[in-house]
Design a protein around this ligand. Structure first.
Ligand code: HEC
Ligand code: HEC
Ligand code: HEC
Ligand code: HEC
Ligand code: HEC
Ligand code: HEC
Length: 413
């Protein structure tokens, strides 16, 4: 506690000119700046940790409120940083008050809460300060209740012992009677305490689930228990066999039931063995595969399509879904970029049920574009411009951002 206080204090001392509320700043940062900035990492814009050391207070106020105006006024620093980021413009924030901006800047100074800094961290070096709101309160509460319960049990045992020895249980134990004894004997109190803690926990869990990356890991139940592990894993069916449009169009698409029928006309599942080698369905067709038959109108007995059958498409539940404002193209990545499906979708061939493996946030797209080198040499796609690029970035790595992978218009309609 004292340590934390000292850290907080020293960061105020070294950056005395800016006094803001980091907590409010964090909120403002998340809603207004988070799409383009991180504290510790370059994204669309520069990392903002330490910005108050690089720039003066007036400059920051002017820049954040209207950077275009600052540039137009002939400010050399403003022009330089703009050029450094390839002319990607930052929006203006005329609606932020000076205090709002101080709050945001205070947040860039204090940073995100981390686990209490251990020994060996140099004080004063912008050590992020633990926010008061963490889980220790709840842990304390639980420990308190556990302690009370333990005490109750001990008292009970002690009293039982007294009874065994023929003594009056109430006559002894004055030493622990006091407030704890009364508390532990009072079932009502114990119940209330337990309920309180449970409610706190559930509330916290709820907010946690609402708040963070709920879509990453999204794994809905599908209408047919289709397993990528069986198909792409064990049976080594190529991804492109079923997701054939990934190579040449925007979407990968989900195969129609007719694609399933290429194999499942022959494989009705009656020969599938379970783990111990017995027939899984006693020689009957698999009920899961039967759902494909029901969709297309296939009669297992006659091995023919039912005439005049009205086909019912399988209603797969979509897992990956970008918001409408973003544009993503599979062919660009799979064919031109030679990016493996698994880089973005994870080890699908081991998934019995597919889940969303990556964040699918703007930061995720951008980070990869900053880090991934474009394979311009052995790529028909770049034949025309390869030499020009090589000349411009003489010897440097050509990453996706250098060919325009950070331009807003490329990913936004
Ligand atoms: C749409 C993307 C975007 C948003 C949103 C955005 N910025 Fe920026 N920011 C940039 C870019 C890009 C730069 C680099 C300069 C340039 O290209 O104009 C930058 C530069 C900066 C700089 C100058 C950093 C330096 O090292 O000089 C500061 C400070 C800054 N932004 C603060 C903010 C704050 C605070 C917010 C939120 C209120 C915000 N930005 C929102 C894109 C953005
Ligand atoms: C036999 C056909 C088949 C093969 C082979 C196959 N898939 Fe699929 N894939 C499907 C079907 C059907 C679905 C929809 C049901 C589901 O989500 O499990 C699907 C769903 C997906 C999804 C989720 C789509 C969404 O809703 O967002 C991804 C990602 C995916 N497949 C990737 C792959 C990758 C990568 C491979 C190769 C390792 C592969 N698939 C091989 C048939 C196939
Ligand atoms: C390239 C051939 C092929 C294609 C295409 C194919 N499957 Fe399969 N499928 C198999 C094989 C092989 C098995 C495993 C059979 C075994 O273990 O005996 C299987 C097993 C299954 C099972 C497991 C049945 C059970 O009860 O355990 C289901 C469900 C299934 N497939 C659904 C589908 C669906 C839906 C599609 C279309 C999206 C599809 N399959 C496309 C070859 C294929
Ligand atoms: C660079 C990352 C990336 C790579 C590589 C990639 N995907 Fe995707 N995939 C995505 C994103 C992002 C979405 C969501 C697209 C949307 O909502 O518009 C998606 C969606 C899908 C879907 C859902 C249907 C659709 O088309 O929107 C399937 C199926 C899929 N991918 C399969 C594949 C397969 C198969 C491969 C390899 C041949 C592949 N993906 C390679 C990022 C990738
Ligand atoms: C795993 C790395 C990776 C991820 C993740 C990724 N990309 Fe890309 N992206 C690439 C590569 C590599 C290229 C270059 C392809 C080429 O050679 O044209 C590219 C190119 C692009 C281009 C074309 C850029 C240009 O100037 O031609 C767009 C647009 C794009 N990506 C959008 C997205 C979006 C939107 C997302 C997130 C939903 C995303 N990317 C996620 C690797 C990635
Ligand atoms: C490489 C692709 C890519 C580039 C370049 C890109 N964006 Fe985005 N952006 C996305 C994706 C994908 C999303 C949706 C992310 C999500 O749902 O969390 C998004 C979301 C946003 C949002 C909504 C933020 C939110 O939290 O919902 C804004 C605003 C935005 N982008 C502005 C910009 C601006 C301005 C630029 C140019 C400086 C830019 N983007 C460049 C891919 C990109």
């Amino acid at each position: 506690m004292l340590l934390l206080f000292i850290f907080t204090f020293s960061s105020f001392v070294t950056q005395a000119e800016i006094v803001g509320d980091a907590k409010n700043g964090k909120k403002l940062f998340k809603t207004n700046c988070g799409a383009c900035h991180k504290l510790d990492k370059i994204m669309v814009g520069p990392a903002l940790t330490g910005v108050t050391e690089r720039r003066s207070e007036e400059w920051l106020l002017a820049w954040i409120k209207d950077n275009a105006a600052l540039r137009a006024s002939g400010d050399a620093d403003a022009q330089a940083i703009y050029d450094e980021f390839g002319g990607a413009p930052m929006n203006a924030f005329p609606f932020l008050s000076d205090q709002d901006i101080y709050d945001i800047l205070q947040y860039t100074i204090e940073g995100d809460p981390v686990v209490a800094p251990g020994p060996g961290v140099t004080p004063g070096a912008n050590v992020p300060v633990a926010e008061p709101k963490d889980y220790s309160l709840y842990i304390l509460l639980v420990l308190g209740v556990l302690f009370a319960l333990l005490l109750a049990i001990l008292i009970k045992m002690r009293n039982t012992l007294k009874v065994v020895k023929g003594e009056d249980p109430e006559s002894l134990g004055d030493d622990i009677r006091g407030i704890w004894g009364a508390f532990a004997r009072n079932k009502f109190m114990v119940t209330i305490a337990t309920i309180t803690v449970a409610v706190f926990f559930l509330a916290e869990l709820y907010w946690y689930l609402m708040g963070v990356g709920i879509e990453q890991g999204y794994q809905p139940v599908q209408p047919i228990a289709f397993s990528h592990e069986i198909h792409a894993g064990e049976n080594k069916v190529d991804c492109n066999y079923c997701h054939s449009s990934a190579r040449h169009s925007k979407t990968s698409g989900i195969p129609s039931a007719n694609v399933c029928m290429n194999c499942h006309m022959m494989i009705d599942g009656s020969e599938i063995a379970d783990a111990s080698g017995n027939l899984k369905y006693d020689g009957e067709p698999s009920p899961e595969i039967a759902k494909i038959y029901e969709s297309v109108g296939w009669d297992v007995n006659t091995k023919k399509y039912i005439e005049g059958y009205e086909q019912k498409p399988i209603k797969w539940v979509r897992i990956h879904n970008l918001p409408d404002l973003a544009y993503f193209n599979h062919a660009q990545h799979v064919s031109a970029g030679n990016v493996e499906c698994q880089t973005c979708h994870g080890p699908v061939e081991t998934m019995e049920e597919v889940y969303q493996y990556s964040e699918l946030t703007m930061g995720w797209c951008i980070n990869c574009h900053r880090e991934t080198e474009v394979d311009v040499k052995n790529n028909a796609y770049y034949e025309g411009i390869h030499d020009k690029l090589a000349e411009k970035y003489h010897g440097e790595k050509i990453t996706v951002d250098k060919i325009g992978g950070l331009e807003c218009g490329k990913c936004h309609y």
